[in-house]
Design a protein around this ligand. Structure first.
Ligand SMILES: Cc1cc2nc3c(=O)[nH]c(=O)nc-3n(C[C@H](O)[C@H](O)[C@H](O)COP(=O)(O)OP(=O)(O)OC[C@H]3O[C@@H](n4cnc5c(N)ncnc54)[C@H](O)[C@@H]3O)c2cc1C
Length: 415
């Protein structure tokens, strides 16, 4: 059997030198047909892993270098880190081309992989020293230095996974922490009130002041952060403020590109955004037919799977391999203290949640989520084995009634 002819796919660019971009590169170099891959990354670093930044790095148990991902040593790959791409021209039958900050333009006849991820949302006053977001390696190093100086009060704005992980790292360092969240219950939209409160129970037990239904308007201070101002005008003193307000996809550079940009790069089910242009990771919005959703997924596992799939999709543009849809069961984890939280499937717009195994009191449970007549997600706290089972089960549609019957249903329905 003969393989693809060596070097027949012209030069390809990968924009974004992180998890999705790296995985795309790893996949592309497996094909002898690929002639050259140029990677552009806005950060001055080669690819590294982000999950440990808000966990081991902040706690101080890992040096940040331990997050580095193994580089791809293939001589067909050129890494341009510290180089931001400022424009893309795609479609109209021409080869896609990229515009760099120095005004130069370069054509990539083999195509472009868009893997520019997402950037944290901000607040007025966010530029003051002492105010942090945590997305990049440099962000983590900056925040860790401020925590090393033993601030008297850390205020975390936003009670999502990142905010909760930062709270846990701060508490383990012996710091005083307040967590401020706009929703009535923590994680309410994503997990439902009962599960949300169960997740923050350990924070409260360890002394975190959890304030829900509380919006923050701005960070205040003269030379550095001194307080956060709440929407009702009251203030909380703070010498370190961490903003965990979620992220927005990095698509500014794609304005006027000819692609459809709408809360991310809009792709078809195969991750194709335009002829010879694919997208992967936090930036990509695509129809996930398994869950009937057209959304982005901001998880580590998704960035890897999509990076691989998008690269294969690009090769299929050149006649190498089949065009396949990308469909997945999303999976995300979060480590807070000794607790391991995992979410498999999609809780998006769930209609009902029940604790199906264990109990919130013992901090060991699995909650199941229903949308329509189907099980759509399982959330486990300290239940790794069961969650692995649900992850496998969710690969195919599962009727809610069947899921409950199998789970030896033991809890009262709740939302
Ligand atoms: C602190 C933290 C903890 C996390 N913990 C978990 C976890 O426990 N579990 C989990 O499932 N997920 C976790 N995640 C999410 C996970 O890390 C992301 O989903 C993943 O990093 C997405 O990878 P990506 O390659 O799509 O995007 P990113 O990792 O955001 O990388 C995109 C890269 O593109 C670069 N870029 C942007 N614009 C341009 C441009 N115009 N030109 C060139 N380069 C550009 C950016 O600088 C960046 O380096 C965490 C994320 C963070 C920040």
């Amino acid at each position: 059997m003969s393989g693809p002819i060596v070097g027949t796919v012209p030069a390809i660019a990968v924009v974004g030198a992180s998890l999705a971009g790296l995985t795309a590169v790893q996949t592309l170099v497996e094909s002898q047909a690929v002639s050259q891959i140029t990677v552009y990354g806005a950060e001055p670093h080669l690819p590294y892993d982000r999950p440990p930044l808000s966990k081991e790095v902040l706690k101080g148990t890992w040096d940040v270098e331990r997050c580095d991902l193994a580089p791809v040593g293939d001589k067909r790959v050129v890494w341009n880190v510290g180089t931001e791409v400022v424009g893309l021209s795609a479609g109209k039958g021409a080869a896609p081309s990229l515009r760099l900050g120095d005004g130069t333009t370069r054509e990539f006849a083999g195509g472009v992989v868009i893997a520019t991820g997402a950037a944290p949302r901000s607040l007025p006053g966010a530029r003051l020293p002492g105010v942090h977001v945590i997305r990049s390696r440099d962000d983590a190093v900056g925040l860790r230095a401020d925590l090393d100086a033993r601030p008297s009060h850390v205020v975390i704005v936003g009670g999502g996974f990142i905010g909760a992980e930062v709270a846990s790292a701060c508490v383990e360092r012996g710091l005083r922490v307040t967590l401020v969240e706009t929703q009535v219950a923590p994680f309410e939209r994503v997990l439902g009130a009962e599960v949300g409160w169960a997740v923050v129970a350990e924070h409260q037990r360890r002394g975190v002041d959890v304030r829900t239904a509380t919006a923050v308007a701005a960070v205040r201070g003269t030379h550095r952060a001194e307080s956060v101002e709440l929407a009702d005008g009251s203030v909380i003193a703070a010498d370190v403020v961490v903003l965990g307000l979620g992220v927005t996809p990095c698509t500014d550079w794609l304005e006027g590109s000819g692609l459809t940009i709408d809360n991310g790069v809009e792709c078809d089910a195969s991750l194709l955004a335009a002829p010879r242009v694919v997208a992967a990771g936090d930036v990509a919005r695509w129809p996930n037919h398994r869950f009937g959703e057209f959304r982005r997924v901001e998880h580590w596992d998704n960035a890897i799977r999509q990076g691989r799939h998008a690269a294969q999709r690009l090769l299929a543009e050149h006649g190498h391999g089949a065009v396949l849809d990308f469909s997945t069961v999303p999976w995300v984890w979060s480590d807070q203290y000794e607790n391991k939280l995992q979410v498999v499937g999609s809780t998006f717009e769930f209609e009902e949640a029940v604790i199906a195994h264990g109990s919130v009191e013992e901090q060991r449970f699995v909650a199941l989520y229903r949308r329509g007549a189907h099980l759509v997600a399982a959330v486990g706290l300290n239940q790794a084995k069961l969650i692995t089972r649900y992850r496998r089960m969710l690969a195919e549609p599962v009727l809610w009634t069947e899921a409950l019957a199998k789970a030896e249903y033991s809890g009262a329905p709740q939302r």
